[in-house]
Design a protein around this ligand. Sequence first.
Ligand SMILES: NC(=O)C1=CN([C@@H]2O[C@H](COP(=O)(O)OP(=O)(O)OC[C@H]3O[C@@H](n4cnc5c(N)ncnc54)[C@H](O)[C@@H]3O)[C@@H](O)[C@H]2O)C=CC1
Ligand code: BAL
Length: 501
Amino acid sequence: MSELLTREQYQAIAASLTPAAMSFIDGGFRPALSGKTLPTVNPATGETLAELAACGREDVDLAVQNAREAFDDGRWHKQHPSARKQVLLELCRLIQREGHELAVLESLDSGKPIYDCETIDIPELIKVLTWHAETIDKLYDQTAPVGADAVAMVVREPIGVVGAVLPWNFPLLMLGWKIGPALAAGCSMVVKPAEQTSLTALRVAELAVEAGLPAGVLNIVTGTGVDVGEPLGMHMDVDMVSFTGSTVTGRRFLRYAADSNLKKVVLECGGKNPCIVLEDAENLDKVAEQVVAAAFWNMGENCSAGSRLIVHENIKDALLERVKAHAGEWRTGDPLDPANQLGALIDKGHFGKVESYLQLGKENGHQLLMGGDTLDGIYVQPTIFDGVRSGDRLAQEEIFGPVLSVITVSSYQEAIEVANDTDYGLAASVFTANGKRALRAAQAVRAGTVTVNCFGEGDITTPFGGYKQSGFGGRDNSIHAHDQYTELKTIWIDLSDDVAG
Ligand SMILES: NC(=O)C1=CN([C@@H]2O[C@H](COP(=O)(O)OP(=O)(O)OC[C@H]3O[C@@H](n4cnc5c(N)ncnc54)[C@H](O)[C@@H]3O)[C@@H](O)[C@H]2O)C=CC1
Ligand code: BAL
């Protein structure tokens, strides 16, 4: 992690930035073929940061054509594994070199607090890319047990041209979760960042070429979901799409694949994740700290946010006192002030959605324990509603804001039933002093990641993705992510007619 700077120093960096906002195709920046642009706005100030290339189908076609040529001539995947590893490690070094600038750009474009950009997004991006780079020259293929008269090799080959469609809540980190394993596997890529937050992906693509990644291997096409995401999903020459975003849009990619070339689709979608605090949970102060982080980290704009607190009635009051105390320490405001833990929501439209849930909670008679306020039409204070029942909208719908719904239960069994009473199944946390009970709960909750006595998403070594409507087709992170960007091939060699046998 780079050393934190002062607010004034971050403001000075912000003033010095001149971000590239065109698409990045075949190793260079270019405007949309139509010449159209769309503004990308700093949500905290409402100022336009840059005019983004508003690309369309023709730009997607061009990017895919370049990615396909790069893949077919093998300029990346046929390089020696150790050479490819060095390129990705060099990219990490350049990201580190540009760390403060990238962190400020990420904060300006997304409203995320600079503290998180510096301490989480940039270091985690480097960690993810490094981990996948290091796998390149350490993976072996297999031979199958087919007897003496044949040799059967089971080899992994890069899947080809990968489309990656990204969300706005972790622009750099989600870029890393996709390009790390896909480039390590040897694929070529066309990345479509969210239209709200494209600037850092463009800078990373530029750095990748500086690091030695051949032109055409990593292309970035900016624009809206309808104009860029859909043509990418429908493209006949894209072999796979990896998507992170809402379940509604994720579903569309399955239709695009069905209506085009049956490309492989991997989806990482929404969540309504439970923090389950059982009656015997110990150290309620630490539990409260974790519950607060789960609910309010990244302004709750997080697919794995612990937005439902399911707590046993016997410890509820003691826990909620501590939750309120910890949440009260989280400061909301200027994202470039490193003292703030909550920044701006992504845009006015999303702010309006979160505000409507604050209204809903108040109208439905839930008890507002804290927060419920907004600032400057873009910030939302950490908010806690008590007295929520499992079927209520506040307990069922992904709000994607700093809003925690408290559901009270009176038994372990009820806690598990409530935890599973959702269409989602991304993540869950269980707090208990009983180790066996913790394992039972981890087994019983239908979610891709279950953490015990802490909130978290695992790390780069552990797969991340969802059960039920939280995901489809694969996992981000770990060796499983690498594998999903490959095809399995069997090569069977008959030895039976060789006389020496
Ligand atoms: N799981 C997660 O990490 C995320 C969940 N969300 C959820 O989704 C809600 C809506 O946010 P959105 O920005 O609208 O998410 P979204 O899922 O629509 O956007 C994610 C990506 O998909 C693209 N996209 C949108 N419509 C598309 C289409 N018709 N075809 C192809 N690509 C398309 C977008 O341009 C963006 O790059 C949020 O309030 C939140 O609940 C949003 C972002 C991330
Ligand atoms: N928390 C990482 C994945 C996501 O929110 O989209």
